[in-house]
Ligand binder design. Structure first.
Ligand code: SF4
Length: 308
């Protein structure tokens, strides 16, 4: 049997499900039971009746799945799959930040650690961030963390003042404004679509701004257009499947790398071989202390309730 067949056999044997983020490699996306954005993945993790969840994504995502499924085994193919955005919000500093803003509700983007979620009133993703903020009374002051770019986008869209934590994603801050303008001049009929973790000057050029799932839905609505896509390049795989006759061009990064686009090194540490190994040996698996889990669960559940 080849590696893919061996993974399928192990999955059946162990009643496992593979959840993969759009930024995973094509080989992993192709073998996954479900490929989605953070909201979709959290919803799937909350609903699954599998005994084992293999989370092909980064640590905070697998940790969220574990918080939702304390009695299931949650595996992450490589524990080094971290996140620069989650790392930009250390719990001790954030605790002081929250304490310095009494009477504020704390809304956190799901890209953060369980410790940060435990300090939050409600969690959001880029799919539901605007709805979550709009669900809070206008008179209520809000802290938003950890992504300042998403925070600024929410402020612009909702007209609300938010107290922002100064965090960001290295991948979404790597897009080059100059190169993007040059690319657009070369393809003036193309539509620029961007993830709200991108910087404001990139978002200002975009014809559509949304989550990864939102971007895929958008191109499906207008399949005859050409698109320049400003998010992690892994999304192009599923997007192209949905619109096979559309030209998709990854937005260029400041520093050219192998594909001249923006790739998340954390996401890409997972490989098919590591996925097979973790399923075979049931390690590495995610643990969350019960007291921390209890505190982190509530803001995630509030989000899921508001997102059904
Ligand atoms: S793309 Fe950015 S936010 Fe997403 S996992 Fe990678 S570093 Fe984190």
């Amino acid at each position: 049997m080849n590696l893919t067949e061996q993974i399928e056999a192990l999955k059946r044997e162990k009643n496992a499900i593979i959840l993969a983020h759009y930024y995973q490699t094509e080989a992993i996306q192709d073998i996954a039971d479900y490929v989605g954005d953070s909201l979709g993945l959290s919803q799937k993790a909350a609903q699954t009746d599998a005994d084992v969840i293999v989370f092909a994504g980064v640590h905070f995502m697998a940790e969220t799945a574990k918080i939702l499924n304390p009695h299931k085994k949650v595996l992450l193919p490589d524990l080094n799959a971290g996140c620069s955005l989650a790392d930009s919000c250390p719990p001790d500093l954030f605790k002081n930040f929250v304490a310095a803003h009494p009477d504020h509700k704390v809304v956190t983007y799901i890209n953060c650690s369980a410790e940060i979620k435990a300090l939050s009133d409600i969690v959001c993703t880029s799919s539901n961030a605007l709805d979550i903020i709009n669900s809070i009374p206008k008179s209520q002051p809000i802290i938003f963390a950890p992504d300042k770019n998403l925070g600024r986008y929410i402020m612009k869209q909702t007209g609300r003042e938010l107290v922002l934590w100064d965090g960001s994603c290295v991948v979404h801050e790597a897009f080059s404004f100059e190169k993007l303008v040059a690319l657009y001049q070369k393809h003036p009929t193309a539509k620029i679509i961007a993830h709200p973790e991108s910087e404001t000057h990139i978002l200002n050029l975009a014809h559509y701004i949304g989550s990864t799932a939102g971007m895929i839905n958008y191109v499906k609505q207008y399949p005859d257009e050409m698109y320049i896509v400003a998010t992690e390049a892994g999304i192009l795989h599923k997007m192209q499947e949905q619109v096979p006759n559309t030209t998709l061009i990854p937005a260029p990064a400041v520093e050219d790398n192998t594909c001249a686009c923006s790739e998340c090194g954390y996401m890409k540490v997972n490989t098919l071989q590591k996925l097979y190994d973790c399923l075979l040996h049931e390690t590495p698996h995610i643990t969350v202390a019960p007291s921390l889990r209890k505190k982190a669960l509530l803001p995630i559940e509030r989000m899921l309730t508001l997102s059904t």
